[in-house]
Write a protein that binds this ligand. Structure first.
Ligand SMILES: NC(=O)C1=CN([C@@H]2O[C@H](COP(=O)(O)OP(=O)(O)OC[C@H]3O[C@@H](n4cnc5c(N)ncnc54)[C@H](O)[C@@H]3O)[C@@H](O)[C@H]2O)C=CC1
Ligand SMILES: Nc1nc(O)c(N)c(N[C@@H]2O[C@H](COP(=O)(O)O)[C@@H](O)[C@H]2O)n1
Length: 274
């Protein structure tokens, strides 16, 4: 089969334009053998958090709950894969894991030619505080890890869940969890992630995760926002990104240091939130 053409993202070296929004170059390595990791990380620094997703013009990230919807074109999708290679970890909510059966690995090298090696793959984390997800419903994550083209997934559950260590081997605690209204305590979670060696994490979704992180009280944990905007309206009934307002008089989340990068038919917007 002839090799597929190098996506425009790599050919045009848009990586440079994104560099202000990326974490520091990866220097640490999460090891597959967790026994080799120190019990807690000496640094108290929280990870760099990149919030990144693809949206329609009507602020929707999928056609309906539970349905995976292709929004990014090949160029912006390639950018997402580049971003994945720049982060230690990647996080999605249980809804996304169940709906999409995602791979969450990086499938391009920096020049777009090859898949990156395991040392550049992010660790996938699935946020599932009530431990409702059956790991067998996310076969791609497990297959990628078995094939050596992605890291083994870890699960994020609340403090109150019991864990059967024979099934739930790779677990990070999210602190207490009272329900989706209040969400999780991101500071606790980010501290716990840092303790496993995570220095940078990209958060891809879905809407429940994004809307919680964009709440006024949680925005401070976001280091940068990188959103792909696709030239399409999905219409009523989709999964909407729109955080709840805490103060009607104020814009809840105005981005600064904004940069727009056209990529194929899409535009990518990068910014900071504080
Ligand atoms: N276009 C894009 O870039 C993306 C689209 N999606 C789409 O989003 C949809 C899934 O979105 P949702 O249904 O909202 O599911 P979700 O992926 O946000 O997961 C919801 C579940 O995750 C947990 N959770 C999420 N946020 C939490 C928080 N702050 N605190 C505690 N627990 C939390 C809870 O168990 C909750 O039931 C799918 O259709 C998927 O295809 C997902 C990711 C990216
Ligand atoms: N960047 C982007 N564009 C879209 O159009 C999307 N639907 C998504 N979805 C996210 O990517 C995950 C799928 O990843 P794999 O290709 O299976 O590795 C999906 O779960 C969403 O997080 N992203």
């Amino acid at each position: 089969m002839p090799p597929s053409p190098v996506p425009l993202f790599f050919a045009a070296d848009h990586q440079l334009q994104l560099s202000d929004y990326l974490p520091l170059p990866r220097t640490t390595y999460l090891q597959e053998n967790t026994a080799e990791l120190p019990p807690s990380h000496p640094s108290t620094q929280l990870p760099h958090v990149t919030l990144t997703y693809a949206t329609s013009l009507d602020s929707q990230i999928s056609l309906q709950p539970g349905l995976q919807t292709v929004l990014s074109g090949p160029e912006s999708k390639a950018m997402t894969h580049f971003l994945r290679s720049q982060h230690d970890a990647i996080l999605v909510g249980r809804g996304t894991a169940e709906a999409d059966n995602p791979g969450l690995n990086s499938r391009f090298s920096d020049d777009g030619q090859f898949a990156v090696g395991l040392d550049r793959q992010p660790r996938p984390f699935v946020l599932d505080p009530r431990k409702k997800l059956d790991p067998s419903r996310t076969p791609k994550l497990l297959e990628n890890a078995a094939a050596g083209i992605g890291r083994a997934p870890w699960w994020i559950i609340s403090d109150s869940e019991d864990v059967d260590q024979t099934i739930w081997t790779n677990v990070v605690r999210a602190g207490p969890y009272a329900g989706s209204e209040s969400g999780i305590d991101w500071e606790t979670l980010l501290n716990n992630l840092a303790a496993t060696g995570v220095r940078s994490i990209m958060i891809e979704g879905g809407a429940t995760v994004i809307n919680d992180l964009l709440k006024a009280k949680n925005q401070k944990w976001i280091s940068s926002v990188i959103v792909t905007i696709a030239p399409t309206y999905l219409g009523d009934g989709g999964v909407i990104v729109s955080p709840p307002r805490s103060n009607a008089a104020q814009n809840e989340a105005r981005l600064t240091q904004v940069r727009w990068i056209p990529l194929g038919q899409d535009v990518v917007m990068a910014g900071k939130i504080h």
